[in-house]
Design a protein around this ligand. Sequence first.
Ligand code: SAM
Length: 292
Amino acid sequence: MAKLGDPKETIAVLQKYQFRFSKKFGQNFLIDTHVLDKIIRYAGVSRDDCVLEIGPGIGTLTQYLAENAREVVAVEIDDTLIPILQDTLSEYKNVTVINDDIMKVDIAALAQAHNGGRPMKVVANLPYYITTPIIMGLFESHVPISSITVMVQKEVARRMEAGPGSKDYGALSLAVQYYAKPYLAANVPANCFMPRPNVDSAVIVLTRHEEMPVQVKDEKLLFAIIRAAFNMRRKTLVNALAGAAEFTLPLSKEEIEGVITSVGLDAMVRGEALTLAQFAALADAFSAKEGA
Ligand code: SAM
């Protein structure tokens, strides 16, 4: 069985099966053993872990995971890869390959079946066309997951870990940081993949909070405020909220301003200056106004 990660072995497998890369599925396979070792290390994968891999491709990262974890469940959408995975993973008895779209898989049921309902670790070189929906889907559905260690576009990784004052700070930063602590672990150049993507990449580790950093009465309202604030980030928060379709509370501009100043913020503040805790305080103040 070929040990993948070595570009020669990857080419041999691709030729054997006359595999054609699919752009639609975001296929860029890893061909750098140092990067693969790093992913395992940063994810902290050990024999105690059941790992969920999203998009195993021809099984390169899967082989590394299988060598280090107790069990690996790998979900791959592309059916032409399934016979290849059966070949490249034939030696590993601790890997289950599921041919499905990760967006449609019942992950809680997987955790139940493979890990007795305990949290799994997610480790993946993600297809870039659906990075954000996959990560937010994992968080928002509250499935049992302790950490997510993923290869993403460098720019997306930066946005996930950014704080107020950075140009990369936005709705994605706040959404990710509401659920997890981000750590940008490594930058990865395009030549570590086959075919080479047009962008640089990075490995980011998202460790789920055991206790939420902020508690709000209405999570939906919190995220509606955040989205509205960053959809019009050049405007003051008052104007952004007053003009936003996603912020549907029936309040006048003056009333919005009153709520903003009631939590100690300046009437002219822009959303991009607010921390998660300040957005949470604001959401609760709007909830109180709504209930009044
Ligand atoms: N893990 C492999 C590697 O590192 O070499 C492949 C990574 S490649 C960037 C992304 C993989 O995700 C591809 O194999 C692609 O077919 C698969 N994929 C794309 N969309 C998917 C989805 N919705 N559900 C599951 N797998 C998906």
